[in-house]
Design a protein around this ligand. Structure first.
Ligand code: ADP
Ligand code: MG
Length: 470
C-alpha cells in the first residue's frame, strides 16, 4: 500500500485494464450501441504510466476515426476515471496472426474462369487515384481503401457508403474493385447495381435457373452492390439477397454497399436486412467544400488534357454546390459549346452555360458544415464547443439551432445531421428540432431570429453563387 499514485490521490491504484474498463463503461453510456460495437469493442489498453495510456487499435483507419470522432469522449472518460490528466497514445496492430495464417483470397487454389475481369463490370475510369479527397469524403475514402487492401479482414464488413446523388459513391465502390483486381488479377470481384441484381434474378426465375443465379454470386470474393435503396418493396429480391449476404459474410468475403440515405431511414426494407447493413461500418459522404470542388474540376480538366482558366474553374465550383455530377455536366457542356462555336473557354462562355443550369436549382445543398460555422459565429460559441459534449445553456441552444437549420435547409438525413453535429443519434436531432419549434412558438422574438438566420444563410450562399455573374 505504498504506491505513490495512491498516496497522492487517495484513490485505489488502478491497473490499465481497470481504468480502461471504467472508461469503456463511461463511453458505452454515451454513444449508440452500434457505434460502440464498431469502434470500442475489443479495443484494449496495452500500457499505462504516469503520462498516458496506450490503446491498441486494429489499423490506421480505426485510429484516425477514434481521434477525429471520439477524442473528446475518450478524454472525458479518462478525466472522469483517472486521478490525473493522461495523454492517449495508440498502437496499431493489424492482427496477431502473421499474414500467412490469415486465409487469403489469392487465386492459387482457385482456377478462375477466363474473362472474369470483364464480367466484373468494373469501369476502369473509377480509381482511387482520381478520387479527390476532402473533409466531406475522407472517411468514406479511407474505409474504402482499407477494405480494398484487406477485403473481408477488417471489422468493416459490410461497408456501407451513403450520400445524396452525385457525390462519389459509385466512384468509390468501383475504385475498391479496381484496386483489388489490380493487386490480384484473379480475384473474383463483382460490381453491379441493385437494379441489375433484381433483373437478373427475375430472368433466372423465368428461365427456371434460379439455382444457377444463386451459385454464380456465391462464388465471388467481393460483392460491390450499388444503390441498394432500389430493393425497397422488392420482397423476393430482398429475400434472395439476404441469403447471399449471409453466405458471403460467413465465408469472410467482403461486401460493400451503397445507398442514398442512412440505412435506418430506408423504408420498405426488411428489418433483418437493415440490421445486416448496419452490422459493419456505415459511412457517409457530404457535399464537398469549395476547395474540394475546385480540385475535382482541375483534376478532370487535367485528365482530359484541357486548359481551363482558373477563374472559370472557380466560377463553376462556386455555382454548383451539392452535386459533383452536375458540376461535371457543366464542364462538359462548356466544352461542347466551346468547340461548337470555335471559341476559347472564357468566363463569358461559362456564364452562358451556367445561366441555363442555374435556372434548374442545380446548386441546392448547403452543407451541414456551413451551417455549423454560421451558427457558431452568430451564437458566439466555438466549433469545438458546438461539436463537443458540453451542455451549458448557450452551447446546447447553439447546437439545437444548428440541428434545426440543418434539417430545414439541407437534404441531409436526421442520422446524418446527428453524426456531423457532435456524433449524436437521430433521436437527439428530433428532440432538438422539437425544442426549437416550441421555443419559437412561445417567443416571437426568437421566431424572428430564426427566420432571419434562415434567410441570411440561404441568401449568403445565393449571393456568393451569383457573384461571378455580376
Ligand atoms: P453517386 O454514385 O454518389 O451518385 P458518382 O460516384 O457517380 O456519384 O459520382 C458522380 C461523378 O462525380 C462521377 O463522375 C465521379 O467520378 C465524380 N466524383 C465524385 N466524387 C469525386 C471525387 N471526390 N473526386 C473526383 N471525382 C468525383
Ligand atoms: Mg451511383
Amino acid at each position: 500500500m505504498n504506491n505513490p499514485a495512491e498516496e497522492s490521490t487517495g484513490e485505489m491504484y488502478m491497473t490499465k485494464d481497470d481504468l480502461w474498463e471504467k472508461c469503456l463503461l463511461y463511453i458505452k453510456d454515451r454513444i449508440q450501441e452500434q457505434a460502440f460495437q464498431t469502434w470500442f469493442d475489443g479495443i484494449i489498453a496495452t500500457n499505462l504510466n504516469s503520462d498516458g495510456i496506450t490503446l491498441q487499435v486494429p489499423n490506421q483507419f480505426h485510429y484516425e476515426w477514434l481521434e477525429t470522432k471520439y477524442r473528446h469522449l475518450i478524454d472525458n472518460a479518462l478525466k472522469e476515471n483517472a486521478s490525473h490528466p493522461l495523454i492517449v497514445n495508440y498502437s496499431v496492430v493489424i492482427s496477431d496472426k502473421s499474414i500467412d495464417e490469415i486465409p487469403t483470397l489469392t487465386a492459387k487454389e482457385k482456377p478462375v474462369p477466363q474473362g472474369y475481369q470483364r464480367k466484373s463490370q468494373l469501369n476502369s475510369r473509377y480509381i482511387f487515384e482520381n478520387f479527390i479527397e476532402g473533409k466531406s469524403n475522407q472517411f468514406a475514402k479511407a474505409a474504402a481503401l482499407s477494405v480494398a487492401d484487406t477485403p473481408g479482414q477488417t471489422p468493416y464488413n459490410p461497408l456501407l457508403i451513403y450520400s445524396s446523388p452525385g457525390l462519389g459513391k459509385t466512384h468509390l465502390l468501383q475504385a475498391i474493385g479496381n484496386k483489388l483486381i489490380r493487386q490480384n488479377g484473379n480475384m473474383r470481384v463483382v460490381y453491379l447495381t441493385s437494379e441489375k441484381f433484381m433483373l437478373d434474378f427475375i430472368s433466372s426465375i423465368q428461365k427456371n435457373r434460379s439455382t444457377e443465379f444463386t451459385s454464380s454470386y456465391r462464388n465471388v470474393d467481393m460483392l460491390l452492390l450499388d444503390d441498394v435503396q432500389f430493393f425497397q418493396s422488392k420482397e423476393q429480391t430482398q429475400e434472395q439477397f439476404f441469403h447471399l449476404f449471409n453466405d458471403l459474410f460467413q465465408k469472410g468475403k467482403q461486401i460493400v454497399l451503397t445507398t442514398d440515405r442512412h440505412p435506418s431511414e430506408l423504408k420498405g426494407l426488411k428489418e433483418r436486412l437493415i440490421s445486416r447493413f448496419q452490422s459493419g461500418l456505415v459511412v457517409d459522404i457530404q457535399p464537398p467544400d469549395l476547395e474540394t470542388r475546385i480540385a475535382i474540376l482541375m483534376k478532370k480538366a487535367e485528365d482530359d488534357g484541357l486548359e481551363i482558366p482558373y477563374d472559370v474553374t472557380e466560377f463553376i465550383a462556386e455555382a454548383i454546390v451539392g452535386d459533383i455530377r452536375a458540376m461535371e455536366g457543366a464542364l462538359v457542356k462548356l466544352l461542347a459549346l466551346s468547340s461548337l462555336r470555335r471559341e476559347d473557354i472564357t468566363m463569358n462562355l461559362a456564364q452562358q452555360v451556367l445561366k441555363n443550369l442555374l435556372g434548374k436549382n442545380s446548386f441546392t445543398d448547403l452543407s451541414i458544415d456551413q451551417i455549423v460555422k454560421y451558427v457558431c459565429r452568430e451564437m458566439k460559441v466555438s466549433e469545438r464547443q458546438m461539436l463537443g459534449k458540453g451542455r451549458t445553456m448557450e452551447v446546447a441552444l447553439a447546437r439545437q439551432l444548428a440541428m434545426f437549420l440543418s434539417k430545414e435547409l439541407t437534404s441531409a438525413s436526421l442520422a446524418n445531421i446527428g453524426i456531423h453535429i457532435g456524433g449524436r443519434d437521430h433521436s437527439t436531432v428530433i428532440h432538438a428540432c422539437k425544442n426549437i419549434d416550441k421555443k419559437a412558438i412561445a417567443d416571437s422574438e426568437f421566431q424572428r431570429k430564426i427566420d432571419s438566420m434562415k434567410s441570411e444563410i440561404s441568401g449568403q450562399k445565393l449571393s456568393k453563387t451569383m457573384k461571378g455573374n455580376a
